[in-house]
Design a protein around this ligand. Sequence first.
Ligand code: HEC
Ligand code: HEC
Length: 357
Amino acid sequence: MKIAYYFILILFCWSCSSDASDGDATTPTDDDAMTVTNPLLDFTVPSNFPDATYSIAQNPPTEKGFELGKKLFYDGQLASDGVVSCGFCHIQSFSFTHHTHITSHGVDGQIGTRNAQPLHNLAFMNEFTWDGAATFLDTQPIIPITAEVEMNETVSNVLSKLSADDDYPTLFAEAFGSEGVSADRMFKALSQFMVMMVSANSKYDKWERGEAVTFTDQEHAGRAVFNTKCASCHAGTLQTDQSYRNNGLPIDPVYNDIGRERVTGLSTDNRKFKVPSLRNIEITFPYMHDGRLGTLEDVLDFYTDGMVDSPTLDDQFRRPDGTFGLDISPEEKVQLIAFLKTLTDNDFIEDRRFAEF
Ligand code: HEC
Ligand code: HEC
């Protein structure tokens, strides 16, 4: 899918209206009118990807909308302390996760209960967060903005700050073609920035698309093991079937996170979490919803020896003899990790379009 045409916006020179409020009575004339071009950005679905779930037609990313979304993403004004921006917890070099803390740290150093998720390929996801509490990307940011342990702010306060800012009113007008700082526009701009975060240039992608890369023997062997033991859940190109499952993590005595049950209220969803995409998994440690596992070796050791039973444990982990876990030999573990590293997309984490500076 390729969209490439141009919006031409005619805007009045905003400095004139602020001059007016400073007591200068000049009214805008035709000479003050400026033409702002706001080209649509090229949102292309990679040829090895499924269709986007996000409705690009309803909120097509534009150059100005994207730039506004990026500024908002890296702006501490969205938090009550003026410091904790989205980018504070979602750091590009780690595929927009946070490393220094196992679970996220927000305003006043308050500790959240969950591990910050990577932000990539969000345009292809049905639901968001570890338990699927957000069903629409545009409304997801309400959660971090208002969560006490994250940005601890209200949307209306954020809008007041942005409206009083020197730059935002102009940037909103340029992005959306008319004056007005609103919640709807703020969330649309954040989405425009986030849907452009397509990560599709790993070695694995190139191999899938038949480009000139070769897998080593170990990577090939790892892919075969992955297909038999992991791909039923970490499925397809996106590396997730987007379902919620209990993979047998021992209950965490501190947070006792009930997972998907929090959203549906169903005991059958107890301790189920969204199957995470394994794209860029090499750099998004620590692992699992609460970041309890530090390395990929730890993850594989957990799958073979660390699982605990519970009523909602996924049936795929139940062995005929009544025990549970996956059977993976030490050699296969090495192969699996070699394969998982083919999912790292360095072009994405180094892409200057998404960088703060
Ligand atoms: C204090 C750290 C923190 C801040 C600040 C933060 N996030 Fe997050 N983000 C998280 C955590 C933790 C999760 C997982 C939440 C959960 O599962 O309940 C998450 C999840 C997400 C997701 C869902 C990803 C997915 O794959 O489902 C999106 C999108 C997101 N954040 C965007 C944002 C945006 C936009 C902002 C700024 C408005 C923001 N975040 C601010 C920590 C943070
Ligand atoms: C029955 C479904 C299922 C199977 C099979 C499965 N996983 Fe998972 N995997 C999950 C779920 C669900 C989670 C998230 C659990 C949580 O955080 O509570 C997860 C988490 C992970 C994580 C952590 C990801 C992150 O972002 O923190 C890794 C790595 C992982 N799995 C690798 C594998 C590998 C490798 C295999 C095969 C050996 C495998 N999984 C098999 C369902 C599955």
